[in-house]
Design a protein around this ligand. Structure first.
Ligand code: ZN
Length: 282
């Protein structure tokens, strides 16, 4: 059925409205999930022969703050559309003086400092047949897809934007920015950047056996690192706007650098080996 194939995508990008707006011939599809509504419709288009679904993380009008995003619905909707590999670009603050505005960092670790977000599909709820307990402890030692990370780093280098290959993203609850004391503490731990949306996106992707790769764009030096008045929202938006074009180019190239979904052999694709799942993945 033509309708079914046009509603299918292989690769997902969870980002701002700056991304889907530049695709030709976008198909908008509305998804419903058992976990509620995603942030917005999925916008499907083609990049280098790959079918890609874009999802504006904060909604197309940017009406959802980080703590109100339905991360479970977002990841579930992407998987239900056929997506198996996801890029999650996001704006972050730099925790080292050398990671100034405009730095692109592809993290290989994260630290979760969120406080009030649902971060699992495996809630142990009673099941219709009462057979399989919905309890799973997902392996998360390496939170990001190694294949996706390589594709992202190679794509950035190909565009002449040397990225920081690896580092730790600290994810805070927000929506406020950090105090100087918090920021200094984060930096003292050796963490690289701080953001508000990278988690639980990463672990929910892993729970759905999706490959997930974060690309972080530094928009400011965090409060404990810089010497001025502290981070402002206007500053974040300004730097993001200046870099969204080349970030989009890097993402397009990274998409074309991914393997076919059927050829995935990374840990992400086998995250639940040995577990009997209490939910059926879409
Ligand atoms: Zn993977």
């Amino acid at each position: 059925m033509a309708e079914t194939s046009s509603a299918h995508a292989d690769i997902g990008v969870i980002g701002g409205s700056g991304f889907y707006a530049f695709l030709d011939d976008v198909t908008e599809i509305t998804m419903e999930t058992p976990y509620g509504d995603p942030s917005d419709s999925l916008f499907l288009g083609d990049i280098a022969g790959r079918r890609v679904a874009f999802l504006p993380r904060h909604g197309r009008k940017h009406h959802l703050p980080p703590h109100r995003i339905n991360y479970r619905a977002n990841l579930w909707a992407l998987r239900a559309a056929g997506v198996r590999q996801v890029f999650g670009p996001c704006a972050v603050g730099g925790l080292r003086p050398e990671y100034g505005p405009g730095t692109l960092l592809v993290p290989d670790q994260l630290v979760d400092r969120t406080k009030a977000r649902t971060q699992t599909f495996f809630d142990g709820e009673p099941l219709p047949d009462g057979q399989v307990p919905n309890v799973v402890h997902t392996t998360f030692a390496d939170p990001y897809c190694p294949v996706g990370r390589r594709a992202a780093v190679a794509a950035a280098r190909g565009r002449g934007w040397e990225p920081v290959d690896g580092g730790t993203m600290c994810v805070v609850e927000g929506p406020r920015f950090s105090t100087r004391a918090e920021s200094r503490w984060h930096a003292a731990q050796g963490w690289s950047v701080v953001g508000m949306t990278g988690h639980p996106e990463a672990v929910l992707a892993r729970e759905l056996e999706l490959c997930y790769t974060s690309l972080t764009l530094v928009t400011d030096l965090d409060a404990g690192v810089e010497t001025g008045e502290g981070v402002s929202h206007a500053e974040v938006l300004k730097v993001f706007g200046e870099n969204v074009g080349r970030l989009r180019e890097v993402l397009f190239d990274a998409v074309s650098g991914l393997p076919d979904n059927a050829d995935r052999d990374c840990l992400c694709a086998h995250g639940h080996e040995g577990w009997e799942l209490g939910i059926e993945l879409p």
